[in-house]
Design a protein around this ligand. Sequence first.
Ligand SMILES: [Zn+2]
Length: 52
Amino acid sequence: MSVFEWISTSDGPTCGCLGCTDPAAKVIDHPEYGERVVCEDDVNGHEVVRDV
Ligand SMILES: [Zn+2]
């Protein structure tokens, strides 16, 4: 399984965090998971690679 995957909906990609269904906002560089697509709230102080 790729760490760089996310659930796509008709509204576009959603947050990659477990149980979170907010729209994806940023790609972060996570120390354990690498690049991850997350919503604004789940950036959580991690380094932002780019906007979604
Ligand atoms: Zn989220």
